[in-house]
Ligand binder design. Structure first.
Ligand SMILES: C[S@@+](CC[C@H](N)C(=O)[O-])C[C@H]1O[C@@H](n2cnc3c(N)ncnc32)[C@H](O)[C@@H]1O
Length: 343
């Protein structure tokens, strides 16, 4: 018999910090909306030029794992391997009991002081700093999943029971949030790293509540991972057999991992699977000082791959010059977000 999880009732309008993440069922009022998404700052994309806005910031401090691999093998880390390293590394942080880890890292730091060994002290201090940063960014600020910002960005799409394609899906968070807001359809998640399907998505907390819509009443409804119709495809995006059949094609943190010579191809990956009436939804990390610091401090955890930080204008221009019609652009806590159609 198929087992479905029993979920304890959760309170709409409430937020609560769990050991590994924040659950947030707060709605925003129209007045609060501006706090979560600043939208449509550019009136006419044809007036924006690279000369005026410059090119993205490239993150050049790489993880120890990448540099050690390259020293050992005498070649550049292959892209696919770099993703498998990144996913394993990043996933560990989502699985942490953060308060317990803070206390452990604090004890380890004080213990290291007794060693009078500068490199031991430096390592212990770095570990303590990183878990504090993670606590602030992911649990206190909820900057990575950012459900209120994402809901504000995703709202207003004219779709019913959409088929959603998530390119480079990792743990699949944003497709589940979209599916809660536009229920009754199906999600196809694609990632060529099997660890994403088998660990990052499989171990995504079954108790995490996604605030969405009740299609019967039009009111709010809370959904959990097991309520969505999801298939997870482990393959290279370039091998996908689909035609122009999806209502929403989504990517989160994909475009910035490709240099300019490949940006057109990445945009095309989104367009080619989209129904003529469909929406492309894309987000990329923002080029703000605090993000630059985050990627510096978290280099060992995050920086296995080529990575840019771009402004909303830079992201928009990549999409505009590659044939997308930008309907809505804005920035949420740590990402830029764009909703577009194919021209
Ligand atoms: C930076 S992650 C997306 C960010 C994600 N939200 C996270 O938390 O990690 C990008 C994902 O795209 C996948 N990816 C990159 N290139 C791909 C390709 N050509 N085909 C399929 N998946 C790809 C990687 O394996 C990785 O899991």
């Amino acid at each position: 018999m198929l087992q479905t999880a029993v979920h304890r009732p959760v309170a709409l309008g409430k937020t609560e910090m769990k050991p590994s993440y924040r659950m947030d069922l707060r709605q925003y009022t129209q007045k609060e909306y501006d706090k979560f998404v600043k939208v449509n700052t550019v009136n006419d994309w044809s007036q924006v030029t690279w000369k005026d806005i410059g090119k993205p910031y490239e993150v050049t401090s790489f993880s120890k794992e990448k540099t050690e691999w390259e020293e050992k093998h005498g070649e550049i880390l292959p892209v696919h391997t770099s993703w498998t390293m990144f996913n394993q590394s990043f996933h560990q942080w989502f699985s942490k009991d953060v308060p317990a880890d803070i206390s452990e890292k604090k004890d380890a730091f004080f213990h290291s002081l007794k060693s009078f060994n500068p490199s031991e002290v430096k390592t212990a201090l770095g570990d303590y700093l990183r878990i504090h940063l993670w606590n602030y960014v992911h649990r206190i600020q909820d900057g990575i999943w950012d459900p209120r910002g994402k809901r504000a960005l995703f709202e207003g799409l004219d779709v019913k029971k959409p088929r959603i394609l998530f390119l480079g899906a990792a743990e699949g968070y944003e497709a589940m949030q979209l599916s809660a807001m536009y229920p009754g359809g199906e999600v196809v998640m694609v990632d060529y790293d099997p660890f994403c399907r088998d660990a990052r998505f499989a171990e995504f907390p079954a108790a995490y509540p996604f605030l969405g819509k009740n299609p019967r009443t039009g009111g709010d409804k809370v959904y959990y991972k097991d309520a969505f119709t999801i298939s997870y495809v482990v393959d290279d995006i370039r091998n996908l057999p689909y035609g122009a059949e999806f209502d929403i094609v989504l990517s989160v943190g994909l475009l910035e991992h490709f240099p300019d010579s490949m940006k057109a191809e990445v945009v095309e990956w989104h367009r080619k699977f989209l129904k003529p009436s469909g929406y492309i939804v894309m987000t990329t990390p923002r080029a703000q000082l605090r993000s630059k610091l985050y990627y510096e401090i978290m280099a060992d955890v995050m920086n296995h791959t080529y990575r840019e930080l771009m402004t909303l204008e830079q992201m928009g221009l990549y999409l505009h010059e590659n044939g997308l019609d930008i309907l809505k652009h804005g920035y949420i806590k740590v990402h830029n977000g764009i909703v577009a159609k194919a021209k």
